[in-house]
Design a protein around this ligand. Structure first.
Ligand SMILES: [Zn+2]
Length: 197
């Protein structure tokens, strides 16, 4: 069974090497919508795949990190990167270009890491990330499946090469979020008192 939760964020970028001139040469923004799709073969004690409220922890924090920020490819021109860091307190350096396709792969990788490091506490059954859809505009989106992460023709998204600006990190509810995820540190969902058995 599949569930889907929608998140939103505003972000600025330049997508180098693309075909459209406006996109490749001018800093511009989009109102992104991100759909996170989770699947499981059975339901938890609340008869859910995964409580939507539980996605308001690390998953929401990771997506919200990109809100009102500029995302740039770490191989972009040094002067551009310096300007992003100088004039925007919120920036994210990515090891891939910030196209909708790569954003969906970045979010898949981030959310998959967060989910697999979460100890379930309400009888959830083999909850796993199905896919991530990133709507860049009202008419265009990219969807990343696990096969798109494992695809050697595209290559993995190296989490250790993603860098969040100090301001982004300062706004996290858990300031150790990134170190925890990179180090493989586990966190547990809150325990649940069952009312009906
Ligand atoms: Zn764009």
């Amino acid at each position: 069974m599949l569930i889907r939760k929608l998140f939103r964020f505003e972000n600025a970028h330049i997508v180098r090497n693309c075909s459209s001139d406006r996109c490749k040469r001018s800093l511009h923004g989009h109102s992104y919508q991100v759909e996170v799709l989770l699947e499981a073969s059975a339901l938890d004690n609340g008869q859910m795949v995964y409580d939507f409220g539980l996605m308001k922890s690390d998953i929401r924090t990771l997506i919200d990190s990109f809100d009102h920020a500029v995302a740039y490819w770490d191989r972009d021109l040094p002067d551009y990167i310096a300007a992003c860091q100088q004039f925007s307190a919120r920036w994210i350096a990515l090891p891939v270009s910030p196209s909708a396709e790569q954003f969906s792969r970045v979010f898949f990788t981030l959310i998959d890491r967060a989910l697999t490091l979460t100890d379930m506490a309400n009888g959830e059954q083999d909850v796993r990330l199905h896919s991530v859809i990133v709507h860049e505009t009202a008419t265009g989106y990219a969807q990343c499946f696990r096969a798109d992460i494992d695809n050697p023709r595209i290559g993995p998204v190296a989490l250790e090469h993603i860098e969040f600006s100090p301001q982004v990190q300062a706004e996290w509810p858990d300031p150790t979020l990134w170190q925890r995820l990179l180090a493989g540190g586990r966190r547990s969902n809150p325990s649940v008192d069952l009312q009906v058995s």
